[in-house]
Design a protein around this ligand. Sequence first.
Ligand code: G6P
Length: 610
Amino acid sequence: MCGIVGYIGENNCVPVLINGLKRLEYRGYDSAGIGILIDNHPLVIKNKGKVSELQSKIEKLKLSSPIGIGHTRWATHGEPNEINAHPHCNGDKSLFLIHNGIIENFETLKKGLQQLGYTFLSETDSEVLVHLIDSFLKRGNNLFKSVRMALTEVEGTYGIAVVYEGEPDKIVAARKGSPLVIGIGDNEHFIASDVSAIIAHTSQVVYLDDGELVEVYKDHFCAKTIADADIEKEVFEITTTLEEIDRGGYPHFMLKEIIEQPESVFNSMRGRILLEQGTAKLGGLELVADRLANSKRIIISACGTSWHAALVGEYMFEQFARIPTEVEYASEFRYRNPIVGSEDAIFFISQSGETADTLAALKEAKNRGALSLGICNVVGSTIARESQAGVYIHAGPEIGVASTKAFTSQLVVLALITLLIARKKTMSLVDGKNIALELEKIPEKIKQILKLNEHIENIAEEFKNATNFLYLGRGYNFPVALEGALKLKEISYIHAEGYPAAEMKHGPIALIDKNMPAIFIAPKDSTYDKIISNIQEVKARKGRIIAVASESDDTIDKLVDYTIKIPDTIRMLMPILSVIPLQLLAYHIAVKKGLNVDQPRNLAKSVTVE
Ligand code: G6P
């Protein structure tokens, strides 16, 4: 949520900021701005709308500056407009600041500052920070101390970067709950809310932890805790490449990421399948694997698409590892005083590794002594670092706001974890080998499904004007129904509901008429006959039906209006295949409606606020 980028060095910061903001736009895209020092005088330029609009405004000015910060916003307090956009300035415009997060006590702080004579221009919570810092500067403190002291009064979350004309050789940045990374270059330093913004310039990074501040100069940086203790930070080498985060000729990131799935899914399992032993090797879980296999209960907590992956994980763990498993929205888990302890293992699934609710749930679980495990995509992300152990899904950077390849990779990793723990328990070598073999065939099968792209696009043309959709599936494909409906909602703004197919009779059937398309996920498995009965029920009410079915099934065509035939696999892995047509269908419907697929309205890729 909101993107932050900063530069200090010997080059012109303006292109660094603009290009960085473009890379960060997936985090928020309703307004953007930069603040720079020109001959030590602050200049702040902001704009409502996309970074490209800000860029046109700035390019005309031919600006050059060795220090600056930039921000792309996802509004929390105050509508998206130029005034509410960041950077925010103090009264005499000597100080400017960008902020990602939410200041929860901003009303109280604001009242106090107003009593001191401060006036506020914007409706944001963030503006409070700049005046608060100013109030400490005015009392004779230097910038670093002023920021540190201001932050001791703040409740909430922040990733901030601040520049002050009185100390033009530094950027001060701080983090609590919103990610911040420092990039180290040759006589230059970068600040960013994630590495994608600075990857073009450096691969050497330092991740700030909660409660840490940093003073960044062109040739060095000093980190401290908010309590003023010096800290040594470890430098990490990042391996993500620029090509990985580029669109690579595709019209949208979402399409690129859907098409990439044979490789991303392969990368998730690469080197992790031990075929002969019928199990998986997951380095990140080695030290805790026995404790995990012996846990009395597993909980999987997540948000959004990752929560749907968790539901599939529940089916896998219970079926094969025979460990009672529950799935819980992270936002619910953290606030309901959950009964968990040292005999529980809790997985936190998060593509970004930064989702605020998932992170808070992880902290809650850790405090209660549960084994807390992360399943993340972004290497070095907060959830990955805060977990006691975990597994990276290695899907590569996912930029499209609607998650696609991360979902299928999460499912692969959940299947690998299932193998690992089930083989430690009662699963036979033969069964383990069979699952491992089937897993290895998944990338090829995805390639086959992707060949149906044109067929699915034609179906999208037929249904693009529908205003409601019902997605129905049973067993392992019930979470896929939820995920298919979510994909359509997110990017096409069409109302869609996912339901367990049998539950349809208890309500949604009332909605069915000739205008209501129903999408059945109906591969040939043990629930096939039951789902055919559900199809008949919809057909009897003149509903239009699209079925995602097995390629070996030639009877279903007679029952439904459209079929999308996918290869067979074992039940536990079917969601990895059956979701792909639904991703493509949502994608094509949204494109045909002329919508911004990669940056749907009101959404953000990484939700770092509650
Ligand atoms: C946002 C994104 C979703 C994502 C969810 C959870 O809502 O738009 O695509 O599924 O956050 O994100 P996470 O990074 O924790 O998986």
